[in-house]
Design a protein around this ligand. Sequence first.
Ligand SMILES: [Cu+2]
Length: 426
Amino acid sequence: MPESIFDAPQDAARRLLGARLRRPDKLDPAQRTGQSHRLGTNASVLPDFSARIGLVAKPRVSRRRLLKVGGALAAMPAASQDQDADLAGDDIQGLRRVRQELVDPPFVPSHDQVATGAPVIVEVELVAREVTKVIDGIGTEIQALTFNGSIPGPLIICHEGDFVELTLKNPADNAFMHNIDFHASTGGLGGGALTEVNPGEQVVLRWRAIKPGTFIYHCAPGGSMIPYHVVSGMNGAVMVLPREGLSDRDSSPIRYDRAYYVGEQDFYIPRDSNGNFRQYSAPGEGIADMLGVMRKLTPSHVVFNGKAGALTGDQALKASVGETVLFIHSQANRDSRPHLIGGHGDYVWEQGSFSDPPAHGLETWFIRGGSAGAAVYTFRQPGVYNYLTHNLIEAVELGALAQVVVEGEWDDSLMTQVEPPAPIPG
Ligand SMILES: [Cu+2]
């Protein structure tokens, strides 16, 4: 029986806790790769399901062709390399490996904007961390589910044609099974079925970044646990840069001096009979209550980087006049409207695809729930800029607001107060 989305939250939670806390040990091959039952569809309704999700074996490429392709890749300039080159088996194993040290947002891993040489295997490690986190300025706590302990999880960066090789660990003292769906990847469930790890397990997944752009990743363990894990913090983003770097609509290069990753998160914290936020002492304890709030679609908090005020005041982002800053903005579950008060999006990939030219000179852009986008701005004036979602209620009342403190010289030609405030002559 598929899980009904109309079940009482308590019933759904009880069943999920009993049946879905851990990965079933015995899955048939279609389930391991397609996991159709977890999304509430019956595999028997889709007789060719395995073909649709790419289970058909790829023809084996000859050793001679592999060598030829590998040699060509090494010899060609980076910008003209054939990203569709058919790499497999030994060829992939022979690629250079680069270990990427992931960092907590809003910071991003060190990276080259333009790729040099042949594609590489980018090794990253994510650890499912079930931790208590404070999400606002009044001490409200959530039993958070996270990748590497931060909300959002860290940004991963590679270039088009590279391989991302993820080690996903689920420590033994965790309560839940976790996995990961990479929107940047190609294959059944974005790797979700191949990465299910129970507490005490780890798994290694490799996928090739064939689409340049910004993409979210998130945990997707099945049924109501999908939104529950996502709105408990288990999401992040990947940026797949074109090998030649970013460019505008005339194909002129765009380069940035800094990059910040702003992950937006909606939380659904239950309240007690007095209207105060309820607190729970263990992961999963508040599932039934939270599912009840989630189904009303009205978040209690909408925040950047896991907490109201995480990117304001002393923790504001920093830049200088003349610097070009790349902002990557993700929202795994809900729509958002980033806006930089007093500035613009000089170049905006609203939908995140670097295959498309950026929009130029936007005031506000739209991040669809379930996506990440990118915007580039060169600061021209000093000051404290608010970077927020221009649903101003969500920004000011619910928390989705960051600040960028910009140092430098004020340009009177762009803005000046011609006369200070004074009584209206009369
Ligand atoms: Cu999870």
